[in-house]
Design a protein around this ligand. Sequence first.
Ligand code: ZN
Length: 388
Amino acid sequence: MRVLIIVVAALATLGLAAFGVVAAQRAVQPASAVVAAQAVKPAVAVLAAPVREKLAQPSIQAAVVAPAAIAPKPVAAAVAAPAAAAEPTRLAQNSAASNASATAGAALANATPPGSHAAANNALACDKPGAMGLARVVQIDTTGGPAFGFEHFKQYDFLREHEVVLTFDDGPWPENTPAVLKALADQCLKATFFEIGEHATWHPEISKMVAAAGMTIGSHTWSHKDLARNPYASDIEQAKQEIEMGVSAVHAAVDGPIAPFFRFPDLQQPPVLLAYLAQRNIATFSTDIDSFDFKMRRPEQVIKSVLSKLEKRGKGIVLMHDFQHATAEAMPELLRQLQAAGFKVVHMVPKAPVTTIAKYDDMLRAQDKMSANNTRPENSVVRTISGN
Ligand SMILES: [Zn+2]
């Protein structure tokens, strides 16, 4: 009996020790060291992986491997404990922020840089039983403008089998974008939104909601022009303006950091503009799986399109549109079916935010219909002098 108690106590200690070791690793390891296999792909680093997967293996090993080897490690556990204990506080703040006002959320987003490890660990937290939750957060180093999406670019293949990245284009848009955000939040998921500059100018409060919900926001030009056609194809200055006004407008709408992530309208990607984006250190995202949801009216069609293509390919960056009503409607069921089919969602974050160019920020301000001259109240400027 006594022997049994000792064995049970020893196993319990080992379990705690293993937990501490994992916590310590999570707390101190640099992103590049977390997954060595990613080292050959410099553009992508794994920021965080789920705790439950990591916990399971070391615990089992600890129970089987010689106890003496594990014994000193509770020290590491004790050291790591405060860092691990600090997490839930930040998580609580984060989940509160998604319900709070857009302004408060944006302020929080500023306090926790989107590409930071703290933000990545927060992103993995999920307080909803049975929800999908994120499988991983990957950090994209956009230096030199790496391009992703197997439809056009095949160098970087960072997803594992059954992993998906969810991306949404053409927002922000009333009703549909908030519906997509809610469906994602209900499953503790995050996605990347490629917003159109003009739309962000019309609905900045929705861009702020997207940011406050912890999503990654990239841009998708100023007014959704096909940049492979004239006048853009023959005039790079006009094409640059279309790209940069989009960056400046989305940045202004969010009123905080956005990602140096860009998607070309209609996936038309002229080489000269890819070279320009490379020089701007902005990553280009094509797609692995194009849902063609913009051609669909019914949510069931969107679900079928995404799932059948994913099942064929096994994994991928999925292109959808938060601008589309059918997609917004499809999201809750689509996510349920993805989970049932064993797919896991990976979230992309940038290593550093995009920098806007002052010239285009100024152009954006010039677009503004409001004039700085109009400071006097209307009734002192315009007066009825005849009639009623
Ligand atoms: Zn689009």
